[in-house]
Design a protein around this ligand. Structure first.
Ligand code: XIL
Length: 300
């Protein structure tokens, strides 16, 4: 096949991109989106500061725009994200009582997931909860500080009740290298969840890489997580300067692991990227395919 989505579909996988609601009216952007991708992730529109900016008052307009548009075109949607320390409104960070926060967190998860019930392929239930450079420590956040380590389990249990059909993912960065302490910490959590029956279906590897691309053992990491009984996905791929070899290696790592079910790049054109200065994506500022596009396609 000549497009990323169609080629990925030949092995039952998807190839997706992050999408910004404000760019859907840009014809170059939407043409590439619909030609190449069969999955979308709202880049910011489902985050807490976008969906519940004030307590109990929910806004779904911009995210609905993305979801409705994708659904009408047969593209899947990844939900991103329900519980994260960043892009969190100040009122949540200001909560000082554990029971209040637990109720607020559960209500947020339930309300957002209910709104999209049946329409989200995978949800990033918890994003970036682990600290860098440590083996299993969670980073400080209002959730960690008031609810303790159990906040992740609580979030996944609430998510399962809200939409039993959605795959529930833990998503993080710098967990691609198998020997990194952070990777090992997340691995032990997933192993523990599976052993105790805490609902978790997938692990998302953000894959925000430098010019060297993925670590040589990335495929090993994907395979080892998959062996725990979860799907794995590459969820936010971008690579500084987009070297062809680095993209090919990343795609191949996924293709070689049967439970690696899909790849999402974090934007369409370099100018759409949160790392725009590093030109990390598959299309240039004019929407032309870069060399990395062909190397990714060939590796699929
Ligand atoms: C980024 C978006 O791309 C930016 O537009 C926004 O300003 C900040 O967040 N990890 C994640 C994503 O899980 O949600 C982040 O997205 C990039 C890092």
């Amino acid at each position: 096949a000549s497009t990323l989505g169609a080629q990925a579909a030949q092995t039952g996988r998807y190839f997706g991109t992050a999408v910004a609601a404000g760019k859907l009216g840009d014809g170059t952007y939407s043409t590439i989106l619909d030609r190449e991708f069969n999955s979308v992730t709202p880049e910011n529109e489902m985050k807490w500061d976008a969906t519940e900016r004030t307590r109990g008052s929910f806004t779904f307009g911009p995210a609905d725009q993305i979801v409705n548009r994708a659904t009408a075109r047969g593209q899947r949607v990844r939900g991103h994200t329900l519980v994260w320390h960043s892009q969190l409104p100040g009122w949540v960070g200001g909560i000082t009582d554990a029971n209040t926060l637990r109720g607020v967190m559960n209500n947020h998860i339930t309300t957002v997931m209910n709104h999209y019930k049946g329409r989200i392929h995978s949800w990033d239930v918890v994003n970036e909860a682990f600290a860098d450079g440590t083996g299993g420590q969670h980073r400080p956040s209002v959730f960690q500080n008031l609810l303790g380590d159990g906040f992740i389990e609580q979030a996944f249990r609430t998510a399962r009740s809200a939409d039993p059909a959605a795959k529930l993912c833990y998503n993080d960065y710098n967990i691609e290298n198998w020997t990194a302490a952070k990777t090992q910490g997340v691995y032990r959590m997933v192993r523990d969840f599976k052993a105790r029956g805490v609902p978790i279906d997938c692990v998302g590897f953000q894959a925000h890489f430098g010019t060297g691309g993925p670590p040589a053992n990335f495929q090993t990491t994907l395979a080892n997580f998959a062996a725990l009984g979860v799907d794995v996905q590459i969820t936010e791929l971008d690579i500084a300067q987009a070297p062809t070899a680095a993209y090919a290696n990343t795609v191949r790592a996924c293709m070689n692991v049967s439970r690696c079910t899909g790849i999402t790049v974090w934007g369409i054109r370099d100018s759409d990227s949160w790392r725009a200065g590093e030109n990390p994506l598959l299309f240039d500022r004019s929407g032309n395919k870069k060399p990395a596009f062909q190397s990714a396609l060939t590796a699929l």
